[in-house]
Design a protein around this ligand. Structure first.
Ligand SMILES: [Zn+2]
Ligand SMILES: [Zn+2]
Length: 132
C-alpha cells in the first residue's frame, strides 16, 4: 500500500472521530443523567429535591452517604461511579439526596446552616415572653 493511501486512511479515521465525538459525548451525557435521575427518584419520597433545603433543580443535587462513607467509594471509582453502583446494588439504604451546598456543608462541618436556622427559629419561638 502506497504511503499516501495509508496516510489518507489515517486522516479519514481521525475525521470520523472528530465528527462523531460530540454525538458520542452527548449520548454518554444523556445516559449518565438518566442514571442520576433514576437514583434520585428512588431516594426521594415525593418530588426530587434536597432533603435539607428542598432545592428542586436536580442539576444541583447529589447523593450523600448518611454515615459519610461515600467519599471513599468516590475516591476509588470516580465521581459518577456512585450512581451506577447504587443501581447495581438495588438502591441500598443509608443514602439521601442533598444539593451540593448542603452536601458540602455536611461533609465539612457535619451539619448544615439550614438546620441551624430551623433550630433557631423554633428556639426563638419558645423563649418569646408571654404577655399578660
Ligand atoms: Zn440543600
Ligand atoms: Zn442544607
Amino acid at each position: 500500500m502506497p504511503y499516501k493511501d495509508k496516510l489518507k486512511q489515517k486522516e479519514n479515521h481521525k475525521l470520523w472521530h472528530i465528527n462523531n465525538r460530540d454525538r458520542v459525548l452527548l449520548k454518554q451525557k444523556k445516559y449518565r443523567f438518566g442514571v442520576k435521575r433514576l437514583v434520585f427518584s428512588k431516594y426521594c419520597r415525593e418530588d426530587i429535591k434536597c432533603e435539607c433545603c428542598g432545592e428542586k433543580h436536580w442539576e444541583f443535587l447529589s447523593i450523600d452517604h448518611i454515615n459519610g462513607g461515600g467519599s471513599k467509594l468516590r475516591q476509588e471509582h470516580g465521581r459518577g461511579y456512585l450512581y451506577y453502583w447504587l443501581v447495581k446494588n438495588n438502591f441500598p439504604k443509608g443514602y439521601r439526596v442533598l444539593c451540593h451546598n448542603c452536601n458540602q456543608s455536611y461533609g465539612t462541618f457535619g451539619k448544615c446552616p439550614h438546620q441551624k436556622l430551623e433550630m433557631r427559629d423554633s428556639y426563638s419561638g419558645s423563649i418569646r415572653p408571654s404577655q399578660g
